[in-house]
Design a protein around this ligand. Sequence first.
Ligand code: SAH
Ligand code: SF4
Length: 343
Amino acid sequence: MTDIKSMNLGELTAYLTENGFEKFRAKQVLSWIKQDVADFDGMTNLPQKLREFLKADAYLACADIVRVQRSKIDDTVKYLFRLYDGEYVEGVLMQYHHGRTMCISSQVGCKMGCTFCATGKSGFSRSLTASEMIAQIRSAELDCGERISNVVLMGMGEPFDNYDNVIRFLKLVSSEDSLHIGMRHITVSTCGIVPRIKDFADLELQCGLSVSLHAPNDEARSRTMPVNRRYPIREVMDASRYYVKKTNRRITFEYALIDGENDSDAVARELAQLLKGFLCHVNLIPVNNVTGAGYRKSSIQRQQAFVNILSAAGINATVRRTLGSDIDASCGQLKRNFMKGDV
Ligand code: SAH
Ligand code: SF4
């Protein structure tokens, strides 16, 4: 089946003309998609023959909201979406002073197996298409009745393990044919798939990049992030440097502070050494609770000491505010397996 919601105008035009329909039909179809039409019969200005063809050959990707959880402590909303084949992903809508930010999923589950992450613990079933990433944003917009101005690919999945669809998504969602969210308002987060970081840099997209670091040396990083055995820190840093050189954009390093694991003064100094002279920001996230992970967040004093050491070394670092903790909507808490009774 053809995923027409992942196509841009040129591709849709080619698809329709190759199948014997007029060129101008593509714009009509696109306009229906923009109006969130539910099925091909709803595309009422298309001839019956075209509607029948589309019904037989194509599908309209969706991310239907099947559960909404609203935080009582902040304005965070967590959505459970059902995809066309019955798979589920989660997405989180956050309210910041500069607008609404949607955190979307790029895969159903994740193969990377980071020990502190609920997604990593829940296994992997498939990657999402570009249209399914857009659909999560659009469904949340329709639910909250407002435009979403910023997007982060920090939900379930490793975006660079689904590289082609993610690039397609970025190009499409930022275009006028779709939601027109500027690249500068989108951030991709990766656990450090080195070759893809380089490919991404070569595209010079002006999209933000976060790299999940979580430890300053290979021994510690491999303990929590199996991907480090394949792409060690030195290679991740080289690729990150290449991204900064190519795009002139600052990179963000994500660092979950885990009590007794990676939060000592000595580790902070080692991190400062690693990042010296790098155009970057360090986002410290007190590790969020994940059942079975056995990790605790660092104390407030440890968090502060860690920030101070980095700042003293001239490295820009902040502790990220935790949002949506009462609804398990924080970093690393999204998961693939749902109890039957959940939906
Ligand atoms: N797979 C990508 C993007 C999704 S995870 C990546 O790993 O970068 C988004 C962010 O949440 C990453 O920085 C990830 O390392 C972090 N994270 C995962 N589990 C967490 C937890 N329990 N507490 C805090 N941050 C966590
Ligand atoms: Fe996957 Fe990112 Fe979770 Fe690691 S932190 S398991 S890469 S989603």
